[in-house]
Design a protein around this ligand. Sequence first.
Ligand SMILES: [Zn+2]
Length: 299
Amino acid sequence: MVTHDEEHKHRAFLAAAQLKHAWQFQRRGQRPDDDPVEIDIPVGWHALLNQLFADVQQRVPEAERGGFRWRRMRALQGALEIRFDGVRERMTAAIARARDAAAVTCETCGHSGLRRQVAGTHRVSCDAHFLDRLIQSDVAGEQAARRWWATPHPGLGERSPAEVAQAGPPPDVLLDLALRRAMPATPRPNGAHRQRLQGVWPVLRDHFGERLRSLRLAEFEPGSGPGGTLLAQIAGEIDPTAQAGAATRLARAGFSDLRLRLVTDGDLQAPARANDPWSAMLALEASVTIPRYQPAVPR
Ligand SMILES: [Zn+2]
């Protein structure tokens, strides 16, 4: 949702950048709608983009500016996507720096943040704006969320979420409460679904060995086609490449419709501090166990 105020800030940001670094935004075509530069950057990232424009200004000598232009800049699932024409080598370091900065900068306010998902959408958010996103996804609706926000809660020492949030950065207990309210319905797979899903066990068991503790299913709506979130609880730390490797194995075994998410015991003990709080809470509150695969015994 883009508010009027955000739209205004976005226009002001773009106008200032185009005025200051006109050569970086030149068009190829003659008509004003020819081959436009697409820029859709959230307000929290404006400062780091301005830094990038200034870096490029400094790195690209005037003689080489003719072929250069930004083509597209946008936030895509919590990552800064940048496309441009011209002078590649000189740009690599500056762009890498901007992407690294974006990965830890709240898209809404520019304070430090983490890339976190809410209902399948990834964005970089500080704790306060992560909380905002969760409240906007309250499954009970906007009115109920507003009521909850203003009502004293035993888990918050009889203070309301609003009072707690006003006092400073939201504590984990408040993030956990908001996460829980945003959880989708627990799936109800039928016999055929269960049978198919049991086939995931040997694939992931082969990949993770004894470290695979349990498998759970969430965000599963067979009415709207196959798919769903497969939560694998893994003992110990998870290395960052583990998810991609396991997802590839699953796809090869015919389960490319399932979104695999790995959660650790630590994630389940403190969902708000998990790498992926959404998945940790799904595992705790909104998922069903996929029973262990047991080969049929011949009689
Ligand atoms: Zn923020």
